[in-house]
Every structure is written in C-alpha cells, then in structure tokens.
Design a protein around this ligand. Sequence first.
Ligand code: AMP
Ligand code: GLY
Length: 424
Amino acid sequence: MKVLIIGGGGREHAIAMAVSKSKKVEKIYCAPGNAGIAEIAECVPIGAMEAEKLADFAEKNGIDFTIVAPDDPLVAGTVDVFEAKGLKAFGPRKNAAILEGSKAFSKDLMKKYNIPTAKYENFTDPDAAIKFLETCSMPIVLKADGLALGKGVLICNNLDEAKDGVKQIMLDKQFGDSGNTLVIEEFMTGREVSVLSFVDGKTIKIMTSAQDHKRAKDNDEGLNTGGMGTFSPSPFYTNEVDDFCKKYIYQPTVDAMRAEGREFKGIIFFGLMITEDGPKVLEYNARFGDPETQVVLPRMQNDIIEVMEACVDGTLDKIDLKFDDNAAVCVVLASDGYPLKYEKGLKIDGLDAFDDKDDYFCFHAGTKFDEAGNVVTNGGRVLGITALGDDLLSARANAYKATEWVSFANKYMRHDIGKAIDEQ
Ligand code: AMP
Ligand code: GLY
C-alpha cells in the first residue's frame, strides 16, 4: 500500500513512525512533512490546506490511503474532496469535523444529548454577552467558537477581565472570524486528562490516556502553547473514571453525531476535566492531539493502518485495540520565545543519538533542511523528545536524559513535565 499523511509536525512524525511499522505499507508520502519525517517518508511540497492539489497528487501517484491529521484541513472538508474523487481518506468529513470546528455546535450537542460538560451560553451579540456576564460568578471562561490554534480560550478572574475578553474576541477579532460567536462557560476545577479514540461512525475504541502541559513555563505559568510535553498513561484516569466516561461520554457522543446525520469517522480526542461531580467534557477535537500522539502511539501494539481502515470501512468492532503496559513521556524542545517571537534556522546537533534506540524517539515538530543539508529549527516547537519506561517515573527520567543528547542555540524546555506523577 501507498499511504499519504497530510501535515508536518510532531504529531505527523509519530503517525508516520507508526505507519512505517505497518506490514501493509510499502511507501509513505507526507505533505508537507519535515526533516525528521523525511527519514521515513517522501516529503511532498504541497501545503496541508491545498486539498485539491493533494487529491490530485494522490490520484496521480496511486495513493491507496490518506491520513488527514491536522484540524484545519479536516474542518475545511479535505476528506470530502478526496472522497469525491473516489479516494480513501481517514478523518471526519466536514459535517462531522464541526465537532471541533465549532465550540457552539459541540456545546449544543452535549446539552441536547445530556453529555456532561460545563454550563454555558452562546452569543453573537457582544452587548448581550456583557449583560449576561454581569450575572455570572467569577472566574468565568470565554471561548471563541471556531479554530484558534488552541489559543481562543480566555479564563477571566473578574468582570473587567471578562468584558475586555469579549472585546478582544468579538470586536477586535483577535482570533478572526472564529470570534463571531462566543461561548461563555462555567469555570471548572479538577485534573485534566486527554483521551484519544478511534471511531468508525458507530463503534468507538478508546486509546490509552495522556496528559498535556499547555503553558509555556514551569509550574503552569506563562502563555498557553500548543503543548510543551505529555505523559501517558494518566494516573488520574482510574477505572472508575473510565467506566463513567464509557457510559455517559464516549458512546453517547458517537451516537449523538449519528443521530444528527453527522456520522463521525476518524479520531475523537476528548479533553476531560475530572471534577468533584465527576468527569466532564472540556472540549472535543476531531484529530490526534499534539503532543499526546507522541506518547500514545509508541505504546500501541496494533497495526495502525488496520485500525484506520476499519474506521473508514465501519468494521472497528472487529479490532482489539491493545497498548503496552508501560509508560511514555514527551518533553518538547522549543525555541526560546515561543509562543511569541523566536528565531528560526538554528542548526540542530546530536540527532543521530536516537538511531537504533527502540525506547527513545526524537519526533520533529518544526525542522527543515537548510541549503547545506543541515537540519535546522523551523518553528516554535522544534522537537518532541519521547522515551518509554516501565513506569512514569522511569519514562520521565529517560526522556529528560535524552533531552541532553540534542543541542541548538535557544533550546528551551519545561523541567516539570509529568510533575503531577509525584502528587498521586
Ligand atoms: P480548550 O481549548 O477548550 O481545551 O481550552 C484550553 C484550556 O483552557 C483547557 O485545557 C483548560 O485548561 C482550560 N479550560 C477550558 N475550559 C475550561 C473550563 N470550563 N473551566 C476551566 N478551565 C477550562
Ligand atoms: N495538545 C492539545 C491538542 O492537540 O489540542
């Protein structure tokens, strides 16, 4: 089989690595890919949002199966473009990717089908939003409806901050048209857990749990980022939580999408908050998480292509999803300054330390080759250093040890990834 992966970050590198282990696959392409992905796939210089060009490429090159990994192309309907040409593509169609593409849609869905989530109201009129805020207790959460690179959520501690937030999102359009509709949501406290799942329209199979660290600095300080590190499994995802979510969240979400005529095939990523009143949905994503994927897929035993084909074909009930009884930790090496201003084009040394090490992975997030053929930084998040271990403590020690093997000017990382492990 020939497989095309759309995307070019750490998540796509982890997917490509899993695909490279499939016995069904003889050739992998990745568009646009990066310098790390280039070691296992042929990188194609077509952007992830160029759906027509990507489908033409797939048609001309006899691609059997395409994996659409990032949120933007899914929400824009890339899978529909492929299917219109009779090509097989993994991921939700446009009418189902709305589960991530519109927070107002997903909140209304949860309300309609009694799926536990924070109380909320949707607004299209800023004055009405401010009037409502005057009746709310603080803190309160404001969310831009649409995609905003994970940055469209504001947690406001008082009414002035909240009013200013409405201005930023709805009037100044800090997140563009994503802010045409605003969700105002009750503030929840508890442990956050990420749960990824495969879905075939009817059946859902849950992967092992993970936890992300979204803030830029140690102790969860600094700005929100795409994610500075992850660990898997989460010790807070107990059997009791799993049972509850299976009954009240996972299957009900899949059934709700089907009942709405929006059959969901692909990955549903449940962002959960384990509150005192039980688990509640913080958000849905319609794709693999980044950097959750980097700690989840190295622990999966199945042939990923078999599982993904079962999702597209509607035969996921036949698959027995299995994960190793171990742990993984991923520490993101970023360019200092991320998520604001940072330099690119800095030479990276030491990458070959990962060659021939089965329990260590250096997933490239933002890298490219310069004209001399050196691997250089090409983004804010540069590498995701991942290590396995028998348990979380050893995986974390291994991952931090491996962060020392690579160097580049401006290398920055958090030093407390997995700190929550110590608190259980
Ligand atoms: P989201 O993009 O919806 O996951 O939001 C980003 C982050 O904001 C989450 O990972 C939480 O840390 C925080 N957050 C979102 N919604 C809430 C909420 N209702 N209560 C507390 N924190 C929240
Ligand atoms: N790591 C969070 C996300 O992928 O949305």
